[in-house]
Design a protein around this ligand. Sequence first.
Ligand SMILES: [Zn+2]
Length: 261
Amino acid sequence: MSEPGEPIRAGIRSPVPILMYHAVESAPRPPAYKHFYVLAREFAWQMRALKRAGYTAVTFAQLADALFGHSPLPARPILLTFDDGYLDIKANVHPLLRELGFPYTVFLAAGKVGTTNDWVISEGYQPTPLLGWRDILEMQADGGVSFQAHTLSHPHLTRLSSEDVRRELGDSKTLLEQTLQTRADVLCYPYGNVNDSVMEQAREAGYRLAVTTQTGRVRASDDPLRLPRLSVIHVPPFSATYGVGALNFWWRVHWWKDARL
Ligand SMILES: [Zn+2]
């Protein structure tokens, strides 16, 4: 029972992990890129391990229902998210998650679809190809995937004028909804870069949920427009920094300390 005046969020029984992936690639990249990707075989092991452990992947629509108090989530819920919409998602993620019956969400920089993540060039990285609209429509038609908003051009939103923030948040939502004929009401802030004013503009633009890069699991008390996630990066099977790759994954899912505590 909730106290009078408190939001009714009976649907969240225990903290819910949202995993954050970027690219899922077939071949290893130089160490400087470890935050950009996991290997396809590493990813396949992780997904099968979640399945064996009894996890059920749920959608943001289900999470919204739970957060807003309408219906509870299944036991051991988890959300799978892929930022930026890398081209390799189509071959290395989609078929496997369809086979496992795990729904997932891809956050698209709507103005960059069919090009590359060229926003990393100024940081000294090589760009990586992104999905095109044809790929996106094919995957959507096959099912199990939801494409949601990651702005138009992948800017640091807190550095933009309020008018530019409105355009990045509003026009990306409209472009996705018109092209895909579905609701785009989940937002991923590029770089996790958000402040109160950006969050308010996200609300005004019509987003119901938004995710950051802050480390943590979703709790009933969380602001729906500032949900934390758990980042998964490439870790070799044995690494001096991260230890055994498989254990590092479970540490991220189960034991990684909530940065907000
Ligand atoms: Zn991004």
